[in-house]
Write a protein that binds this ligand. Structure first.
Ligand code: ATP
Ligand code: MG
Length: 567
């Protein structure tokens, strides 16, 4: 069974199952994913997307993509478009369910008026600092605002004039009248509306007051008939306010807010604000830099929608905060690519070899399987001649005990081709190895042993006369420590990994790759999965991003990862 399409159950599903059974909301299930368009989505958002869209799908309901666009200062259409693209890429449709909090500005305004009329909200004219000072602390109650007892008529008048643009930014705010002594600071007369003379990407200059998050979310949910409003744990303390607002206006329904833990991944960060810093200060090449944990970065690196969905399913949904190892995500990527990615040969650090007993004018074509298990993926031919490239790492002049690959006098198999033995090592004046001389066994054609004798290693190669050179990018973790935000003394950027991108300017690749289509996947045998960069590849000149290595080499280096990365 495809787990990604039929995700495992979780505590939220169980709550909803119960509700459906009890015919709550007439058995309907409506969820929403409410991104603020102030940056590109990251893998944490993918968890929320899979949960919201996946849950609605499971119950035959629907999920709204609702832009939480109430803060024009930081929002833009570029972000809106990128978010739509990313949600679609993950495999979720929202054509009929594309909405914006700004669609409800008029209704939200009317709900605010309702609160004022019921003496549940007032216009406060304290400055932001004064308000903060009077808010109290976790242990001390807050102080009532001197404006708390304004009459309803005066509040209505002031709020109307706020809306009409008579006041400057920060001159007045509309606050809920709840309880300045509440143990929950969110309930101490929170701001509902503030004055901001800013143009909005959709509503233009129609509004100069904008509603706050806590006022907007619950009412937008109610207006849309959302039944279950799923959000991350930091909103648990906001739930009383979510409920208070809905209880104190004539809301069309009362959605249930349920919180779950956010996704954290090691060796990266998951905050749009901090990711924005990396982009704007040019620490990375853009939002879609393949090292970024953004969905657009993962996509450009070669991650597939199925692998990201599979990952979200594997990590599950709970209320417990924890940090997931990057290896778990990478295992989902390997598992998906393993099955459907054609194999090819390429050499990243070429070492020239000459097969002395192979005729100089001969070229053979060997048939190579595109996939070791899936014959339906067919075969291709790879040319073979007297001069080849092999991987520099596959040869050691003075090998340690456990090194079984090429060494002087030792026989190895060239994949699909012949057994060869190294007979001579040529060095330049500086002592660097420049060429290996070898002899081949003509009876081992196709890489088959002629007499049952065994070789311990099979290595990959390309024909030096037929190979073409291409740029290959190798990626590593973006940060050098598992929790770059954990050290309060040091800026997270001081933990950026200077080796996170290694450029191989001219890898030597088998000729079949010269016309590789942008956005296609290959496994370079023994080296990993690679993706033809969709942005800066050119016709006849593909550039390759390594999506992931074949095994979790990281686990070997960092023992604390070893236990759970084997799977
Ligand atoms: P960030 O801190 O990265 O800016 P955010 O919560 O401010 O994230 P929103 O655009 O408000 O970003 O998020 C939209 C939805 O995605 C919210 O419902 C939020 O709870 C959810 N979400 C954000 N980050 C994560 C995460 N790391 N794991 C799971 N869900 C997340
Ligand atoms: Mg947010």
């Amino acid at each position: 069974m495809n787990r990604a399409l039929n995700p495992a159950s979780n505590f939220i599903r169980q709550i909803i199952e119960e509700d459906v059974r009890a015919n709550k909301n007439d058995g309907r299930v409506v969820t929403r994913f409410p991104p603020e368009p102030n940056g590109y989505l990251h893998i944490g958002h993918a968890k929320s997307i899979c949960l919201n869209f996946g849950t609605a799908e499971h119950f035959g309901g629907h999920c709204n993509l609702r832009f939480d666009d109430t803060n024009p200062e930081k929002e833009s259409l570029e972000y809106v478009e990128s978010i739509k693209r990313d949600v679609r890429w993950l495999g979720y449709e929202f054509d009929k369910h594309l909405l914006h909090a700004s669609d409800y500005f008029q209704q939200l305004y009317e709900y605010a008026v309702q609160l004022i009329e019921r003496d549940k909200a007032y216009v406060c004219s304290l400055s932001a600092e004064q308000m903060r000072a009077q808010r109290g602390t976790l242990t001390a109650p807050g102080t009532n605002s001197p404006f708390r007892n304004r009459s309803i008529a005066e509040n209505l008048d002031l709020f109307t004039r706020m809306r009409q643009g008579e006041f400057d930014d920060g001159e007045h705010v509309l606050r809920a009248k709840i309880d300045m002594a509440s143990p929950n600071i969110n309930m101490r007369d929170p701001a509902l509306y503030r004055v901001r003379h800013l143009s909005h990407q959709l509503t233009g200059d129609s509004w100069c007051i904008y509603p706050m998050y806590d006022f907007t979310q619950c009412l937008s949910d109610a207006i849309e008939g959302v039944t279950h409003s799923l959000c991350t744990l930091e909103f648990e303390d906001h739930r009383p306010l979510y409920d208070w607002v809905l209880d104190n206006v004539d809301a069309p329904c009362h959605p249930q807010q349920i919180e779950f833990s956010r996704l954290s991944l090691d060796y990266t960060i998951m905050s749009k604000r901090l990711l924005t810093e990396l982009v704007s200060e040019n620490y990375v090449a853009g939002w879609d830099d393949p090292r970024m944990p953004t969905i657009s970065g993962l996509r450009r690196r070669g991650y597939t929608p199925a692998s990201v969905r599979d990952f979200c399913d594997r990590i599950g949904v709970t209320k417990k905060d924890n940090i997931i190892e990057m290896g778990v995500l990478e295992n989902s990527v390997r598992a998906d690519l393993e099955l459907r990615t054609p194999r090819v040969m390429g050499v990243l650090r070429p070492l020239r070899i000459v097969i002395d007993n192979y005729p100089d004018d001969r070229v053979e074509e060997f048939e190579a399987a595109n996939h070791p298990q899936d014959a339906s993926m067919g075969t291709r031919t790879v040319p073979f001649c007297r001069e080849l490239y092999i991987e520099r790492d596959d040869f050691l002049e003075d090998p340690p005990k456990k090194f079984f690959r090429m060494a002087p006098g030792r026989e190895v198999r060239l994949r699909y081709a012949y057994f060869i033995t190294c007979t001579d090592v040529i060095k330049d004046n500086a002592g660097n190895i420049v060429t290996l001389h070898c002899r081949y066994d003509p009876d081992s054609r196709g890489g088959k042993s002629p007499d049952g004798r065994k070789v311990k290693a099979t290595i990959h190669w390309v024909s030096a006369r037929h190979a073409f050179a291409a740029e290959v990018r190798l990626y590593d973790r973006l940060f050098t420590v598992p929790d770059p935000l954990g050290d309060k003394e040091r800026d997270f950027k001081s933990f950026l990994n200077g080796e996170s991108l290694k450029l191989v300017a001219s890898a030597q690749l088998e000729p079949s790759l010269a016309n590789a289509e942008p956005a296609s996947h290959f496994q370079f045998e023994r080296l990993g999965y690679f993706y033809v960069d969709p942005v800066d590849s050119m016709p006849g000149m593909p550039r390759f991003n390594r999506t992931v290595t074949l095994r979790d080499t990281w686990a070997k280096q960092a023992p604390r990862n070893a236990a759970s990365n084997k799977g």
